[in-house]
Design a protein around this ligand. Sequence first.
Ligand code: PMP
Length: 432
Amino acid sequence: MSLFADRVGLLGTENAFKVGPHIVEVESQGHRVIRCNLGEPDFPLPAHIREEVKSALDRDLTHYCDPQGILPLRQAIAREMGARRGLSIAPEQVVVFAGAKPPIGFCQQAYCNPGDAVVYPSPGYPIYESFIRYVGAEPVPLHLEEEQGFACTGVQIEPLVTRRTKLVFLNFPSNPTGGVATRDQLEGIAEVVRAKASPDVRVYSDEIYEEILFDGVRHESIASLPGMAERTVIVSGVSKTYSWTGGRVGWAVFPTAEEAALFKTLNINVYSCLPAYNQMGAKLALESPESPPAIRRMVSAFAERRDLMVRGLNAIPGISCRTPGGAFYVFPNVAGACEGLGAMDAWRRLPDGLRGQTSPSTLFQMFLLYRYQVATMDRRSFGVIGAEGRHYLRLSIATGLEDLEEALVRIAAAARDSEGFRAFVKEGTRLS
Ligand code: PMP
């Protein structure tokens, strides 16, 4: 008899939480690490929201509350999400979760039987892929291509949607690529879903980066398109928009109140409810006239950093980087740098077992961290299935301009240092 159930062996993880101990190790050797690995804005929680949370504590909102999310917050979500998308949403369709992450696994559990297929973007937020086999479903990666700006068209998704498809994950603006789908592209995807999928198939539209868009582009949701509100679960939250990852408030809008009620039951079974004081903060965040200027300040800082990073990365031989339309990541192609360093050959020569757990871009990532003290994330951290032969890194720009400038200097030096790379690989300890 084994200690754990078989299914836990099928569960993946989010490597962003695994990089931390590596950084601590490098820092304990007396180095300063530049953190381009973080998936959270580096701005403080805006003061008006902070004050509301404190005041809610003083008002004693410290007890159990509605497991679906407190009504004033659900009303605010219904109003705001509906207004932005041209939809009429009832508070009964809304469920509040402990961040935008829990509905990913909950939806897979609630909608998928073993054998159903789940389409998800790759590269994409790792939890989409990580949960699928755990619920007995089949992962069907939708490979987002650099040449198409990491967006997706109906033509690309069409062959992946079959009779077995039960859930289709979309995420625009996207983590890790910053890709944004145009309305035309969303129309194409919607057409495929309407034509090929039964009305019981759900599109999971992860819109957590909805406010972080550049160049005057406005957010488009697939739920706004004809016939799609009835099939789409729209997900968002406070983590990115208000720089409040520690608030753990996210939400989903379901097509029907009946579906929302099931997710309320899941909440009851897992964590009963979310802290009411943070939910009051989230309500104020959604409604306050002080929020839009705070968001604008953050987004314009990200835009300036994005421009710096795209320019700087493209100036490094062996690296090319597209300009992301949203979120706070750049996703450079590092194939040339990996080739130049000898990372492709080094990876090919690794023992079988280790080779399967790493990649050339992982070797580059670890080299950058341990020898040049820049923390990044490799391509494999955003979906493993079909990642071979795709050489990218994700760099978060949720780091100050000066540090980003220094990161560029260090990355350029690392990309030239094939001798140092060879020695690093030879040591053989930090390769996955
Ligand atoms: N979806 C995407 C695409 C994300 O990038 C993240 C966080 N990095 C989440 C969901 C989870 O957000 P939260 O922290 O609110 O759970």
